[in-house]
Every structure is written in structure tokens, then in C-alpha cells.
Design a binder for this molecule. Structure first.
Ligand code: ZN
Ligand code: ZN
Length: 333
């Protein structure tokens, strides 16, 4: 089968490798849609966890091709998506309901082969039935799960006013989930005018392309969905006294933020982060299956496997029409 391998940072190649062999508790998934995430780009540049070589892709959906002898929930032909973070269920953190910090964690698309190949082996416990939703929406189960976990961490008050920094795919999902959670006013900031217009179409009350236009000390909560250090440095300027800041975007590893300490104290801030998700996949699929999110136009590009690098370049180039870019390792048929 065909796979795209990141052999070492900034080096990507299309390779032919054997189809994975299944353990008794695993299923084999024919990958139909595999989203490119900011994390994949960090992995490409050597700014994330895990070792090389790696076959990236942790946001994907597809069809069950084969099942191991102990698998009970699935059969060939089932349409599924994958929760890529695999916990051991038996360590200190897992036994305390913190599976996302599992001491024996492995990650599909991070430490083991991911969705940027034609067939992926995954443990049955990490696989979820997506019903009849399109594969490209099924591939959103994982990022949406992370967004749900982040919103649970933030726990915003009803009718709060929230600023989201960044209108990429994650910012757009945060916007919609925060509305569902009862936010009264959401302001979205992104330097790309097309992106903020898209956010406006999807329910943002106010949008800006320049942080300097934003009212300081004003928002009940500020959520960073960029992971860009210079943007993270400014989050506390805009949150009101007693408010909350959620650092959601994935920053590059090895970089420091620079925040004046005194205002954190003076404003009595709660500063939060959010790491992956905590079994939020069912919730995510319920929202997707029951059409609680507006996803028209959300996926802007569908590319074949050998154009993964081009897809990364599209996202990094930040051109107007680039939103979510999805790879289709087995074609679009
Ligand atoms: Zn991701
Ligand atoms: Zn564990």
C-alpha cells in the first residue's frame, strides 16, 4: 500500500509498505479522509512529540476492511473514525480518569502509523461508528473532541462574552461549540480577512483582523486557537478582571511565552490549557450526526495522498480560500 512518511524533520516521501498486520483486538481501516492538522505540520518541522520516521495523520475516517478475532463491535464495511490517542487504562493517570496523560500513551499518527496511508490498524476501543455522515466530517471527530474537551476545561459562564484568537478550522469549531455552550457574544480575530468573514457567517458577533482594534480588559474569556507565541503573549491583555484564558492552540515545542506576571495577579486570572481529549468522541459524533454544526465550506481542499506536502504548503501559505485540507488516500470514489 501507499503511505506518506516523514523520515526526519522537513523530509517527506511517498513509500510503498506492506499493509499492517492485525492484532486480535485491532481493526484494519481503509482510510477515506484524513485531515491535515497543525500538529502534523509541527511534526513535519520537528516541533512536536514522538520519534522519526512517522506516518502522520490523526484525524481520519474510513471503512473497516478486516477485524481481529476478538473484535466484537465492528465488521467489514462499517464506516468509522478513530480516536488516535491510545491509553493503557491501567496506569496512575488512567486509573484516575486522566487517560489523556496516560504514562504508556501511544498516538496514531504520532508514535504509530497514522491516516496518511491507505490502511491503518487501530485498537477496537479507539474506533467509533460514524453512521452515514460524510467521511470528511467523520475525520473531524478528533479535532472536535479536542474542542469539546477544551470547552469543558474552560467551563464558560452562561451568556459570557468570549474572544477567540485564530479563525482556522479549530477556531471555527470553538466558535460553534462555545455558542452551543451558551456564550452570548463571540468575537473572532484573525489576520486573514476571508477567515474572519467565514467566522462571521458561522455566528461570530464581531470580527477583527487586528488585535489592536480589540477592547482591552473586556472579555469574560479569551481563547487562543493559534499556538502562535506572539499572539499567546497578548491574551491576558484582553480578558476582564476575574476572567479566564484558555491556551488551546498547539505552540511549537521549545519556545517560551513572555507574559508580564503582575497583571495575572492584579486581574485575578484563571489560566488554563487543554491537552487532547478525554473520551469526547461520542459527544463529537452526536453533534456531527445530528447536524448541530455548520460545516458547509469547512473543508476547502481534498487532495490525493501524494499531495500531502502541497496540502501543508497550502495551510502554511494561509491563502484566502484555504480552510480544512483533507487527504483522500484511497481516492474520492
Ligand atoms: Zn489534530
Ligand atoms: Zn495509562
Amino acid at each position: 500500500m501507499k503511505a506518506v512518511k516523514i523520515s526526519r524533520p522537513n523530509f517527506i516521501e511517498l513509500v510503498n509498505i506492506p499493509t499492517p498486520e492485525l492484532k486480535k483486538t485491532e481493526v484494519l481501516i481503509k482510510v477515506m479522509a484524513s485531515g491535515i492538522c497543525g500538529t502534523d505540520i509541527h511534526i513535519f518541522h520537528g516541533e512536536y512529540l514522538g520519534d522519526y520516521p512517522v506516518i502522520p495523520g490523526h484525524e481520519f475516517s474510513g471503512v473497516i476492511e478486516a477485524v481481529g478475532s476478538l473484535v466484537t463491535r465492528f465488521k467489514p464495511g462499517d464506516r468509522v473514525a478513530v480516536e488516535p490517542n491510545i491509553a493503557c487504562d491501567n496506569c496512575y493517570h488512567c486509573l484516575n480518569n486522566r487517560h489523556n496523560f496516560c504514562l504508556n500513551w501511544s498516538g496514531i499518527g504520532v508514535t504509530r502509523p497514522g491516516g496518511m496511508e491507505q490502511y491503518v490498524a487501530a485498537p477496537e476501543k479507539s474506533v467509533f461508528d460514524i453512521g452515514e455522515i460524510p467521511f470528511e466530517h467523520g475525520a473531524l471527530m478528533e479535532p472536535l473532541s479536542c474542542v469539546l474537551h477544551g470547552v469543558e476545561r474552560l467551563d464558560p459562564e452562561m451568556a459570557s462574552s468570549i474572544a477567540i484568537f485564530g479563525a482556522g478550522p479549530i477556531g471555527i469549531l470553538l466558535l460553534q461549540v462555545l455558542k452551543l455552550k451558551g456564550a452570548a457574544e463571540i468575537t473572532v480575530i484573525d489576520k486573514n480577512p476571508t477567515r474572519v468573514l467565514f467566522a462571521k457567517e458561522l455566528g461570530a458577533n464581531e470580527v477583527f483582523t487586528n488585535l489592536d482594534d480589540l477592547k482591552r480588559d473586556d472579555y469574560d474569556a479569551v481563547v487562543d486557537a493559534t499556538g502562535v507565541i506572539q499572539v499567546m503573549n497578548r491574551c491576558i491583555d484582553y480578558v476582564r478582571h476575574g476572567g479566564k484564558v484558555l491556551f488551546f492552540g498547539v505552540p511549537p515545542s521549545g519556545k517560551k511565552i513572555n507574559i508580564e506576571a503582575f497583571p495575572i495577579f492584579r486581574k485575578g486570572l484563571t489560566i488554563l490549557s487543554s491537552y487532547t481529549s478525554l473520551r469526547n468522541s461520542y459527544q463529537a459524533l452526536d453533534l456531527l450526526k445530528k447536524n448541530h454544526l455548520s460545516l458547509a465550506g469547512f473543508v476547502s481542499h481534498k487532495l490525493p495522498l501524494d499531495e500531502l506536502l502541497y496540502g501543508i504548503e497550502l495551510i502554511e501559505g494561509g491563502l484566502d480560500d484555504v480552510k480544512k485540507v483533507v487527504i483522500t488516500p484511497n481516492g474520492t470514489g
